[in-house]
Unconditional design. Structure first.
Length: 502
């Protein structure tokens, strides 16, 4: 039996109607504001010709909710798999041109089927979120669909990487799905995300609020911490997805894409020493240190605008993929507060499940003191850091550059948290508290009797640093692997990484 020309024409017409469901005028309008269509997002993400669509012809029966005669192409979501570089990736893209991308039972079924494929095969999941929320016409069926998606977000968690890309509205219960994923990218101009918008807030609380205050990318990136990356437009967002995937394995049974064929250059970097201020009270810019340590100076910083007193991100050192955790003394002197603790703990857990070794760079005066921090639960938040580092089984290398005081010394992955190697620069100070504070407590009588208290305090402070807080004091008790020349940091880390990776 042959397939008739009429049947083939009908197939082509149907496929064209589904794939070309947006007018040239509307497409031009989207492009003018930095947006792509739902199908363009998928095609831009994947290597040309590698996308295979799943469920193109599936859609809800519009008759059941009084929309007889209206077509719902792809039921408002494009689902399928393709290749990003050499990695298979599953992706779905909600289509705002079809009932505002609202989720009903069939859309949820398509998404869940794709998630189950990602789970079974072990490939990353990318979700383009552009939806008006639950499809009201479907009632509880729509809510059930959200529940199914949330369930599989949790099933995929820690098994395959999940990346949410907010490119339009993501409101109400829909916001929980990206919150359950590993990384959230949000476009600056066209996207917003919230549980309750300004109108509901005004009606319930009487307080007026703007959309930017409750749902913008800037707010979520810098205040709530819900967003890891802010993109200028859809193209930038997709570039960030590709960059993220270049550091991640397909699943938790695989190693990240190390290039261990890259030779280790054992050349010293004397410029590293120049980054250390002569005055120990002057802040050291940790960004400059990181850029000298990593290959080509490239750091994909995660949560860059949130808790800026610490830095986390992905990089490579002599070809080995690493997660970098560091204090940033340029902000709040690098002290740890609640947000910093949460930021580090989450990043460390993510690196652990995806087999990414950790480099921790320490210059920390302690946990941030204050009534607000204590009442806000700094103990609870700090404990998350300790738990994350202690339970982490990937290679962990720590470098103490300068200050490492009190509980923050432990929280930044000390030997007691089972760091594999702990190095210190000669400028390091490791102690229960800073030398100035310790001297005031330990030598109160001597200071009170001194003729020149300032000179005596300076003398005792230096004595305390030399005898109790120097890196050699810690190394003599084998709390350090070695005290190293800052110029040798990069190649020593590279060599230690190769050895701990096995």
């Amino acid at each position: 039996m042959t397939i008739s020309t009429e049947a083939m024409n009908r197939l082509r017409e149907r496929r064209d109607r589904i794939t070309q469901n947006i007018s040239p005028e509307k497409l031009a309008e989207l492009h003018a504001r930095g947006s792509l269509s739902a199908r363009e997002r998928v095609n831009t993400l994947f290597v040309a010709g590698s996308f295979q669509e799943l469920g193109m012809h599936a859609h809800h029966n519009a008759v059941t909710f009084g929309m007889t005669g209206r077509e719902l192409p792809t039921d408002g979501v494009i689902t399928g798999t393709g290749y990003v570089g050499g990695m298979q990736v599953a992706a779905f893209s909600q289509d705002f041109q079809v009932l505002a991308g609202t989720m009903g039972k069939m859309q949820a079924r398509k998404i869940v089927r794709l998630m189950r494929h990602a789970l079974r095969v072990g490939v990353p999941m990318v979700a383009f979120k552009d939806s008006g929320g639950a499809r009201i016409q479907e009632g509880v069926d729509a809510l059930s669909g959200y529940g199914d998606v949330f369930y599989y977000n949790v099933m995929l968690s820690g098994v395959v990487p999940q990346i949410a890309v907010i490119v339009g509205p993501c409101a109400g219960g829909a916001a929980y799905s990206p919150a359950l994923m590993d990384f959230v990218i949000m476009t600056r101009r066209n996207a917003y995300m919230f549980l309750t918008g300004p109108e509901v807030i005004k009606a319930v609380t009487g307080r007026s609020a703007s959309m930017d205050e409750v749902g913008s990318a800037e707010m979520h990136a810098s205040v709530s911490g819900n967003v890891h990356f802010v993109a200028e437009d859809d193209g930038h967002a997709i570039a960030l997805v590709k960059s993220l995937l270049s550091y991640l394995p397909s699943n938790n049974t695989e190693d990240p894409p190390h290039d261990l064929s890259m030779p280790i250059d054992e050349m010293a970097d004397p410029g590293m020493i120049d980054l250390v201020p002569a005055d120990s009270s002057e802040p050291l810019d940790m960004q400059l240190v990181i850029r000298r340590l990593v290959d080509r100076g490239e750091l994909l910083e995660v949560h860059a605008a949130f808790a800026r007193n610490v830095i986390v991100g992905f990089a490579r050192i002599s070809g080995a993929v690493v997660g970098v955790v560091a204090n940033q003394p340029m902000v709040m002197a690098g002290a740890l507060d609640m947000n910093a603790a949460d930021k580090i703990a989450r990043f460390v857990r993510t690196c652990n499940v995806f087999n990414i070794p950790l480099i921790t760079l320490v210059d920390v005066p302690g946990f941030l003191p204050g009534v607000e921090e204590e009442r806000g639960g700094i103990i609870r938040h700090g404990a998350k850091m300790l738990h994350a580092f202690a339970s982490c089984t990937v290679p962990k290398l720590t470098v103490i550059l300068r200050k490492a005081y009190g509980g923050s010394y432990l929280a930044m992955c000390s030997q007691e948290m089972r760091a594999d190697m702990v190095y210190a620069w000669p400028s390091a100070e490791i102690a229960v508290m800073g030398a100035e504070a310790a001297v005031k407590i330990l030598y109160r009588k001597e200071l009170s009797q001194a003729t020149d208290r300032r000179a005596k305090a300076a003398e005792l402070t230096q004595q305390y640093r030399d005898e109790f807080a120097s890196p050699y004091a810690a190394a003599s008790n084998f709390y350090l692997t070695d005290v190293i020349d800052p110029a040798d940091t990069r190649w020593m880390l590279a060599l230690a990484l190769r050895k701990t990776l096995g």
